[in-house]
Design a protein. Structure first.
Length: 257
């Protein structure tokens, strides 16, 4: 009996919906999920029936970030290069990728959103860069994010790990639109993509992703090395263990004076 796919595909009128469906770990970026997503994107790239891709999710979580159960295993540094490849595959896909987010997004999950060409967030969406609290940093995901985010907002949310909502995500450039009804908001977007020529979409996407790809070319290797170093560090191992054990890490302080 084969394992159930963690990334499901459904096609409708030229749009391929790729659905993150890994409820046991809140759609975390496990090795298997990242590989399945890359394979699904490659299939969409080769399918002449597909005009664009919608990346969405089941449940109340879009993506919880890295799978920390893998990151605290025998080789905690194994994931960064795979993450670079997965994010770049979204940016380089010759077809638009649209994120439909109506759930929680944490850490590496924000990199998924940032790699997409268009992103619509609903009222249930919330976002947080939680890496600093675990002894990590948003290293690899900075390649698609920093060219698009407001610099002051990036500094605040990278450092504080505060949660913010869809409206704030739109204000700082993380998503294209905050919508009370994300499906209704997507209707004119997807209709517009359906009416565009494949060549027109591919060449237009090359223009708007050029700066992001330059960031990958310039920084991806060093960001992956930074991420690997941090995941292997004693502080990060403590932070991730504390998170999985639902306890404060040893460095946490409360607000008592």
């Amino acid at each position: 009996m084969s394992e159930q796919a963690l990334v499901r595909r459904a096609d409708e009128r030229g749009i391929a919906a790729l659905v993150l469906d890994s409820p046991h770990n809140r759609n975390a970026l496990s090795t298997r999920l990242m590989d399945e997503l890359r394979d699904a994107l490659a299939d969409c790239a080769e399918d002449p029936r597909v005009r664009a891709v919608v990346l969405t999710h089941t449940g109340v979580v879009f993506c919880a970030g890295a799978d920390l159960s893998e990151a605290t295993g025998d080789d905690p540094a194994a994931g960064p290069a795979r993450m670079v490849e997965m994010l770049r595959s979204i940016v380089e896909l010759p077809k638009p990728v649209v994120a439909r987010v109506d759930g929680h997004v944490r850490a590496g999950g924000l990199g998924l959103v940032g790699a997409c060409d268009i992103a619509v967030a609903g009222p249930a969406a919330s976002f947080a860069f939680t890496e600093a609290r675990l002894g990590l940093a948003p290293a690899v995901i900075s390649a698609p994010l920093l060219p698009r985010l407001d610099p002051r907002a990036a500094a605040r949310y990278y450092l504080t790990a505060e949660r913010f909502d869809a409206a704030e995500a739109a204000r700082i450039g993380l998503v294209s639109e905050a919508a009370d009804d994300p499906d209704a908001a997507l209707t004119p977007i997807l209709d517009g993509l359906r009416q565009a020529a494949p060549q027109g979409l591919a060449e237009s996407k090359r223009l708007v992703t050029a700066e992001v790809l330059r960031a990958f070319d310039r920084d991806a290797r060093s960001l992956a090395e930074q991420s690997a170093r941090l995941f292997s560090s004693e502080q990060a191992q403590e932070g991730m263990r504390a998170f999985l054990e639902r306890r404060p890490p040893v460095w946490a302080t409360d607000n008592a004076r």
